[in-house]
Design a binder for this molecule. Sequence first.
Ligand code: SF4
Length: 449
Amino acid sequence: MQSSVPELIAGICPPHVEVEIFNEKEVDIPLDRHWDLVFFSYLHSYYEHTKVLSTLFRQRGITTVAGGRHAGHFADDVEKYFDAVVIGEPEANVPAVIEDFEKGQLKRRYALPSLGPAAIKPQRYELLDFKLSPMRMSSIEASRGCPFTCNFCVLTGHEKYRYRPVADVIDEIRTKMAFNKNFFGLIDNFFGFVDNNLGGSPKYLRELCEALIPLKKNWGCSLTFNILKDESLVKLMAQAGCRYIYTGLESLNPDSIKAMNKGQNKLSDVDAVIRRAFSNGIILSFGLLVGSDGDTNEYLEKVPQYLADLKHFSITFLGIVCPYPETPFYRQVQSEGRLLPGTISRDYDGYTLCHRPKNLHPSEAAEHFVRLCKQLGSFPNLLRHYSSKLLMSNLPRYRSGILFSGPEILSIRNPVKNPERRYIAGLDSIEAWDAEQMAKLGLEPQRLS
Ligand code: SF4
């Protein structure tokens, strides 16, 4: 799954505007091309890189606009490197930017209020080029926000849960969505919901699933643990074509769950939840985080054993809990003087420790992270996945999904493939091309501690 922001922004540009989209995960941006107006959306950790691109474009007379969560939170800083900043949702702001730009009256900031979820427009799927990313699937948003309040989450305190009319979502899938025909059609008719939590309202999710059944498509999503405990809803999702769910389990340690304010995760139910999902034909992936305030050396050493002890194994991704600046967790570690010195925005990538955990030395947390990535992303785990899961359901496209999900297990190792990396804020260098350009352009990294 890739970001769908470019197609989303393209979908809200007025019809007379000619649009090209680029996703740097798929293709390099041609820096010698000319555009009138360039919109950037980026993650916190790509701020330095995006500043470089924007500065290079502005030197050639191209107008640049930044949007997204980082741009909205750090508008004062972002304004120095872009011609305009969008704060908040794009549906009202992007057309306003374009209208003002065409009149030669571009403002420095756009912060028009949300138009509500019914204003989310269909994406411009026809601009996707699946050849650039052969395993990519189209994606769609049905909802935004989340009703829970995990302390490390960028949504907490900022966004209420809201959802689009079911009929709009169904119409977009049925009449607008493009599908990837690669791999002999094995992933044709598959798509992903990019919602942070598709299960924020179980009632809405039921209505959506009922409406999806006749479409006979297959899809994946992220949602919270409470939904996985509801057997009838899991069955309905499978009937509606769901074949993949990602859930942030975050930890197998009750103290860590408590420290993260993630009370919706009931650790005693983990095994039953995994069995329920797979036996209903749904591949379940869990995310685990290292470095929370409940983590101890003893717990982190035993994680592989805890996972092995589960009767039913599930794919598990690993990251390091990150104090994003707009979160309660950031405010806590900042007020307690626990942000690591020398933290820059590049360190906010989810694989770099930016704070001092309560019970671990930073180097201990980083060592556990590297070891666990290697252990969990191993061939024995891949074999265990195939051998334990392949025959658990015979729903259409379940088995091909299991085969396709194998590489995800090996990808758990990807973040630790670079032997130069230390995974501790302030100790890892900026990527060589960005560092070289920043030196030439006189750009400084954004310091967050
Ligand atoms: S459940 Fe997920 S999306 Fe919701 S607040 Fe927690 S981390 Fe964020």
